[in-house]
Design a binder for this molecule. Sequence first.
Ligand code: XIL
Length: 362
Amino acid sequence: MPGPPIPLLTRRALLAAGASSLIAPAFAQEPRLAALAAASGIVFGTAAASYELRDADFPPLLARQAAMLVPEYEMKRAVVEPRPGAYDFSGIDTLMAFARAHNMAFRGHPLIWYAANPPWLEDAVLARRDEKLLTGYVTALAGRYRGRMHSLDVVNEALADDGNGLRQSFWLKVFGPSYMDMAFHAARAADPAALLVYNDYGCEPGGPLGDRVRANCLGLLDGLIARGAPVQALGLQSHLFAFGQHVDQRKLRDFLAEIAARGLAILVTELDVSDEGGPSDIALRDQAVADEASRYLDVVLDNRRTATVLTWGLTDRYADPPQSLRLKMTGWRYRKFPFDAGLRPKPLAGALARAFSARRPA
Ligand code: XIL
């Protein structure tokens, strides 16, 4: 919820005061990300999992830093519908209860995706070619939480990640591109209030592949709009790379202008900045992560249609699950989230705070 307008000078003064403490190597002060975002008209939030809520010290950080929650994996169909028609909403309900108790909004993610499905689903779709296998799930999930979702990622990752048009998923093979329309219409019928989102990755980085994915994304959205599907927003997953393909600010700005020109809202849905390939020096890695986030956020927050920034986790503590093969083999841990494993703010938290504080008032 945007707060009362803050006069520009006060805002700048606040920013200057906040920024110096945020750049200091030891973070004496914890920036208040949700509050800073709200003052600039942005809802800041994060993905979380219900097991994280059982830690003693994490829930208070989550409650004071985030104004919106999204399930990190507990709304995936593999979890929700392990056997046909046998729904398990327990993880979602736990997260939603936490969100309600702390006055946080809630996002749904994902409804229709090619991945994280129960093993029975693909076989059933290929064999029966029954639209109900798609629409029935959308109706069940969106209907159960009707009126309680800020937004819903109705279709996730429908674009091929090699830049060649649409992803050859079992949904596409069986129903053609109209599987997306079916999902959007079913979601709208089940929940008239939630903002309906097409969510994907690959539009953020520069480079020739980024150009192709951006063009394909605009084509996909134009198709949905032309056919009358109720798509209302583009979700940019925003999995960035500190030591890989960087953001091209000019291309990103132009792309977002195209999205806004179509009347769509822009949501940053899964921000994190991979430090893979970086030096062993943690300070250097953390700074590179923060710098890439700044380059990205400066452009994304400059667009007036941008409404949310969610990170795909608040703390590095849960970035490497104990079963992670990479962790077991190399001992290497990600540092891609705003707070470290001890829940102390990192330079990325400072980058977020500065980006929110610098946003032009509406
Ligand atoms: C990932 C989760 O983080 C994992 O826990 C899960 O096992 C697989 O999915 N794009 C998405 C997210 O849209 O749903 C993915 O989340 C990360 C990439």
